[in-house]
Design a protein around this ligand. Structure first.
Ligand code: NAD
Length: 352
């Protein structure tokens, strides 16, 4: 028997098709009168529609969010928020836009309404990762957790397949690491297994029809569930390695998760064979690490760090940075072990 602590942490979630029409009502619900809209050129069409529906509540728009939440961008956006006396943030976009919103909330306590367009899951966590001077640091605080999330499945129908694949595997990683987290408990376990099943089903169906609403709903619900796990229990080696590769070497977030996940699973499988069996069951494959590798390959996702242009000569520094501090992981983290893992990930070797 494993003892556990379960705590309910709440974010209001509105899910459906066409739900962006409810953003204004959600802003009013959190007491917003002057909205700073965070968006991007790529999602200009949606941002225009939300901006129009906000009408006089729209105070300003800022389009500059960047991957890994650089503090210089946050300072710039903070200036826009303050000079426009904004008292609420609406963020439309992926984890980068959500990250900027959270960075603003961490500094000003403004309420946030997030409209996610990828599967990052960041919208339901109180975690903020920021990058300053080439180092990514992570912190957690109640004011960072967004008050409301409006999931509109329609916004994901046009998410390009390559982005959909890597973003969905990023979500899968949250569910996988939750299942072997020391803080795991029955509620997060069942949420995580449902997430694994939905994400793998969604990924297999994606190529046949990327704009199928049920497939996209599976992926978006899976991402939400996996994000809920990420926000409830601590992550382990996989997240440490990905944060190092992203924060210190500038590798793209979701792609890095996609390459690294099967290798960390293979590393940890010896320590938690029963967890890997449950994951394999949810995936519908005989072996979880090889099953994730095969799934990624079958849907055209990246399988090696080499493909992401990671220089082989930087591997020793990546090992050093990812093992410089002690953190939780089901199997002891050793320099030798991580070096072998990253070498396999660099070559794109299928876990045995
Ligand atoms: P992202 O937000 O940078 O989006 C990736 C790309 O997809 C961008 O070019 C964006 O313009 C584009 N895009 C987004 N939605 C689109 C759509 N519907 N159609 C077409 N293009 C679209 O990347 P991401 O993977 O969503 O998020 C990564 C960031 O989120 C990283 O900084 C990561 O650290 C952070 N993150 C944080 C947490 C947390 O809990 N703190 C969790 C997961 C990710």
């Amino acid at each position: 028997m494993k003892p556990f602590v379960h705590e309910v942490r709440s974010t209001r979630v509105v899910f459906g098709s066409g739900t962006i029409s409810q953003v204004r009502a959600e802003v009013e619900r959190v007491g917003g009168n002057r909205v700073l809209l965070l968006a991007s050129k790529r999602l200009d069409d949606v941002a225009q529609r939300v901006g129009e529906s906000l009408g006089p509540l729209l105070a300003a728009r800022f389009d500059g969010a960047a991957m890994h939440t650089p503090v210089e961008v946050t300072e710039h956006a903070l200036g826009v928020l303050r000079s426009n006396s904004a008292d609420c943030v609406v963020a439309i976009g992926g984890g980068s836009t959500t990250g900027l919103s959270k960075a603003l909330a961490a500094r000003t306590n403004v309420p946030q309404v997030i409209v996610p367009t990828t599967y990052s899951g960041s919208e339901v966590t109180a975690v903020l990762g920021e990058t300053a001077e080439g180092r990514k640091t992570t912190r957690s605080a109640p004011e960072i957790r967004p008050e409301t999330v409006v999931y509109d499945v329609d916004l994901t129908l046009s998410l390009p397949v390559d982005l959909s694949v890597t973003s969905a595997v990023n979500a899968l990683a949250h569910a996988v690491e939750a299942l072997y987290s020391p803080q795991s408990e029955p509620v997060t376990d069942s949420i995580a297994l449902d997430a694994v099943a939905r994400i793998s089903r969604g990924l297999r169906a994606l190529a046949a029809d990327p704009s199928d609403v049920d497939t996209r709903a599976d992926l978006l619900i899976g991402a939400w569930l996996a994000g809920t796990c990420l926000g409830s229990v601590g992550m382990s080696l996989h997240h440490k390695i990905c944060h190092t590769l992203g924060g210190s070497f500038g590798l793209p977030h979701a792609e890095t998760h996609t390459v690294v996940l099967p290798h960390v699973m293979a590393y940890n499988a010896k320590a938690v064979p029963e967890v890997m069996e449950r994951i394999a069951g949810a995936l519908g494959v005989p072996d979880a690490p090889a099953g994730v590798f095969d799934l990624v390959e079958s849907v055209g996702g990246p399988t090696s760090l080499r493909q992401l242009d990671f220089p082989r000569e930087d591997l020793p520094l990546a090992v050093e940075l990812s093992t410089s501090r002690v953190y939780q992981n089901p199997r002891e983290v050793t320099g030798e072990g991580v070096a072998a893992l990253l070498s396999d990930a660099w070559h794109g070797k299928r876990p045995a």
